[in-house]
Design a binder for this molecule. Structure first.
Ligand code: SAM
Length: 428
């Protein structure tokens, strides 16, 4: 690696058009720009030692440099602008960083991001993206610990440029709003602006993976910062079945440690119990005691994706919580069709009126339709098979000796059980 003398650094600074990010160099030199002390303070409020960092839109590499200087194990910067990539490379050489940051000329919107990172930075770039929500979704899957976003809202300067009056600006800032940029030839790079509430709602409600989101007004251009702490669960007992299959009773028995031996747990009486129906609109830290939670029990009603017109488990925000789990013990509660019909009648139809019971009456009829339960449970197994987490499957079904919890050696075992239980001939 070349050793830079003071005159080499001086030459680099005078020849190159550097701006935006102030980076301190040896011999008292620095690049011209903003020091961004606040974002660094937020980033290093937790130790970054040994962590991997991805900076999307890394410019001159200010954050990659700072991360490595503060003990990060790896820093990757994605940047489209060739000059900035080259300049960032020279800066890291001048600084003799070890390890060196990795700068890649990649478009975050077209690259296939296949690695996970502990910390992801998305600073001042969201309003330049063509598919900002898609990128938030991708990064949410890839980040393990923290996603830090600095976002352009409509500050006074932006609003003036966009010819927005103070009332529009006020209404924008108070609502979960997205402002569509004018896409003017003078600046094609500005696409969408999110109000702070809009972005927080997308991250906390639609993406449902962050244990806590801390918000700060930014010192940089009147923007705002969201420090999103990703939930991480070591081990989840995931109890799923169709409506009235007996999930709640099974969960209760898990909490009374009746299945501890089968599932390999010491004590389930105290672990957080998650029912997605009770999660809506609530921050995840109201249910999970810590960002890194060791164990939890989750109840998942397979019938709800249809009731909520989602028609796919991947599209249900609640399944994002499942995806925060490293290891999953997935229990399929799958009683016979006769038992299901009996249970739904006893618990949801008898003595009840109104829309709720209407849904349950329809469900009861659907249970007997050829293919209905087969497809519902089959789709669930496909969903589980596609997860990155390590999944162990169990079936809680009916045997000649009564209801039993059986561990499946392979996913094919579970599929066979579902076929044996729910294959119904179409009436001739
Ligand atoms: C406004 S600057 C912000 C730089 C840096 N994140 C910061 O806050 O100091 C946005 C940077 O993102 C880069 N960029 C824009 N769109 C990008 C994309 N789709 N993929 C990768 N980089 C992109 C731009 O070239 C630019 O350097």
């Amino acid at each position: 690696m070349k050793i830079y003398k003071p005159e080499d650094i001086e030459e680099f600074l005078s020849k190159e058009q550097l701006r935006y990010q102030k980076i301190d160099l040896p011999f008292g030199y620095s690049t011209p720009g903003h020091p961004r002390g606040q974002i660094k303070e937020i980033l290093f409020s937790e130790s970054i030692k040994g962590r991997s960092v991805l900076d999307v839109g890394s410019f001159l590499g200010q954050m990659c440099v700072a991360a490595l200087q503060n003990g990060a194990e790896r820093a990757v910067g994605l940047e489209l602008n060739r000059d900035r990539i080259r300049q960032a490379g020279v800066i890291s050489e001048i600084l003799q960083l070890s390890p060196q940051p990795e700068y890649r000329r990649e478009d975050i919107e077209s690259t296939r991001l296949e690695e996970d990172f502990d910390v992801v930075l998305l600073l001042n770039i969201l309003h330049h993206l063509r598919d900002p929500i898609g990128i938030l979704r991708t990064l949410t899957k890839r980040v393990k610990h923290r996603l830090i976003i600095e976002a352009a809202s409509l500050n006074r300067r932006d609003a003036k440029k966009l010819k927005l009056g103070s009332l529009s600006r006020f209404l924008f800032s108070r609502s979960p709003a997205v402002y569509v940029g004018p896409c003017h030839p003078k600046d094609l790079s500005q696409t969408y602006f999110f109000s702070e509430r809009a972005l927080t709602d997308i991250l906390s409600k639609h993406l449902m993976s962050y244990w806590r989101i801390d918000r700060y007004p930014s010192e940089f251009k009147g923007r705002f910062i969201l420090d999103c702490k990703k939930l991480s669960i070591d081990r989840m007992v995931l109890v799923a079945g169709c409506n009235s299959s007996g999930k709640s009773t099974f969960c209760e028995r898990v909490r009374q440690n009746e299945f501890s031996g089968d599932l390999g747990y010491d004590d389930c009486s105290d672990i957080p119990f998650v029912n997605p129906a009770k999660l809506w609109g609530k921050p995840l830290n109201s249910v999970f005691p810590a960002q890194e939670t060791s164990e939890c029990l989750m109840h998942y009603d397979l019938s709800l994706v249809e009731k909520f017109n989602l028609h796919s488990f991947e599209r249900d925000p609640a399944t994002s919580v499942i995806e925060c789990s490293k290891t999953i013990d997935a229990v399929l509660v799958a009683p016979s069709i006769e038992t299901l019909k009996h249970q739904i009648y006893e618990s949801e139809i008898k003595n009840k009126t109104g829309d709720g019971s209407q849904f349950h009456r329809e469900q009861s009829e659907r249970f007997g339709e050829p293919g209905y339960l087969l497809n519902l449970y089959g789709d669930w197994l496909d969903y589980l098979e596609g997860l990155d987490s390590s999944v162990t499957l169990y079936v809680f079904g009916e045997t000649p000796d009564g209801r039993r919890l059986t561990k499946c050696k392979t996913i094919e075992d579970a599929r066979k059980h579902i076929r044996d239980t729910y294959s119904v001939e179409a009436p001739v």
